[in-house]
Design a protein around this ligand. Structure first.
Ligand SMILES: C[S@@+](CC[C@H](N)C(=O)[O-])C[C@H]1O[C@@H](n2cnc3c(N)ncnc32)[C@H](O)[C@@H]1O
Length: 374
């Protein structure tokens, strides 16, 4: 079935507000990009046969950004689309901050002022900052195992009326549904690509996009002397600074923020940054860090992610007249500041397992930032 693009939004709304328990699958933009959905993954609801159709677009599908995955002279496109659609994702290999603090009894919680789950901490943060209104309708894109949402619903479920979980990975959507089964009546799961679906969403009060931006499309080795038109337009429109040497550009994240800003809906985002903010109470964490760098590759199991240049995202949001606030994830989770942390970090004096865990956590979390757009 081909979906005419101009009918897509209406169809999406129709499906979103249909209280079915099954997962939905879409091939978005198919007709817009001249692809045949029947040859990709099918613009149909799943659950009837329970079987996936063979995906004939693997590797051969044109990326919606219009850039080729092959470098050959021009910039390359790093995309995790096929990885997330076809490989059963193991987030424990990625050490996400969210999973590191999956519960108050996680090993990393020893470093926290008040041990809690990451989702509960995000809930407190959202409430403190006026981002969580009563009977909120929330859309979380890229929810992984569902741990953030589990923590959020466990601590603030009374204020949340409805949840939309969007993910490219069918296996992760299933894991989320299992973990969130206590709230299943309130949850709609949608298998779709963030690059394509977010502009079609309306009627939500908050978007949550936690540790996902680095998975989105990145243009690699962009030559400043020959910048592709699509990047040039963004750089000029938002007055984005670029270096005078080849650089990587977070095109997926920049365009996502552009889309979120146009929606007018508040958003909470977090990710591994290349321009981190070091908390004033812990200046020692700046040791050996570049604080104003451009996106770098992080190689992970069968895919790569790129760190995010938050200053670009902030510029885009401000240009759209949105209010922007950003900080270190260390402040959001509330690490217990102490001489002990400083000593462990600076001397790497890890003579116990706890010291090793604290060192590892500090070394990792210090580059993570949150961003709110209101
Ligand atoms: C690194 S995991 C983070 C999971 C979770 N938010 C956390 O913090 O632990 C990235 C998540 O985003 C999803 N994802 C990645 N790229 C996506 C895309 N283009 N569209 C939709 N979901 C995507 C992955 O399947 C996964 O659930």
């Amino acid at each position: 079935m081909l979906l005419p693009y101009n009918k897509f939004t209406a169809l999406l709304k129709l499906i979103l507000y249909t209280p079915e328990k099954m997962l939905y699958r879409f091939v978005l933009m198919a007709s817009r990009h001249g692809m045949d959905p029947e040859k990709c993954s099918g613009a149909h609801t799943s659950g009837s046969s329970g079987k996936e159709r063979p995906d004939r677009c693997i590797g051969g599908g044109e990326d919606p950004s219009g850039f080729s995955e092959k470098t050959g002279g021009g910039p390359g496109l790093s995309t995790t689309r096929d990885y997330h659609r076809h490989v059963p994702v193991d987030l424990m290999r990625e050490l996400t901050i969210c999973e590191s603090f999956a519960g108050p009894d996680s090993p990393y919680a020893v470093a926290l002022e008040s041990p809690s789950s990451y989702g509960a901490m995000v809930g407190d943060f959202l409430a403190r900052n006026g981002l969580l209104r009563e009977n909120a309708i929330i859309c979380e894109a890229g929810g992984g195992y569902g741990s953030l949402m589990h923590g959020l619903l466990s601590s603030r479920g009374d204020s949340i009326a409805r949840i939309y979980m969007i993910d490219l990975s069918r296996s992760l959507l299933q894991k989320q549904r299992l973990l969130l089964s206590a709230w299943r009546e309130r949850i709609t799961s949608i298998q779709a690509d963030i690059h394509e679906i977010m502009g079609a969403f309306s009627g939500v009060d908050l978007f949550i996009i936690n540790e996902v931006l680095g998975d989105l499309n990145t243009l690699t080795a962009v030559d400043p002397a020959s910048i592709p038109r699509e990047v040039r337009e963004l750089v000029d429109a938002y007055d984005l600074d670029i270096p005078d040497r080849p650089f990587n550009f977070n095109i997926g994240a920049v365009k996502l923020v552009e889309t979120l800003c146009r929606s007018g809906v508040p958003a909470f985002l977090s990710e591994h940054s290349c321009d981190p903010i070091i908390p004033e109470s812990m200046p020692f964490l700046a040791k050996g860090l570049e604080l104003d760098a451009y996106p770098r590759e992080i190689r992970l199991y069968r895919h790569s992610e790129y760190t995010i240049r938050f200053s670009h995202l902030e510029r885009v949001a401000r240009a759209h007249g949105r209010r922007v606030s950003s900080g270190s994830l260390i402040d959001l989770v509330g690490l217990k500041p102490s001489r002990r942390l400083e000593t462990i970090f600076l001397t790497r004096a890890c003579d116990t397992d706890t010291h090793e865990i604290i060192f590892e956590l500090l070394d990792h979390i210090r580059e993570y930032r949150w961003l709110t757009i209101t």
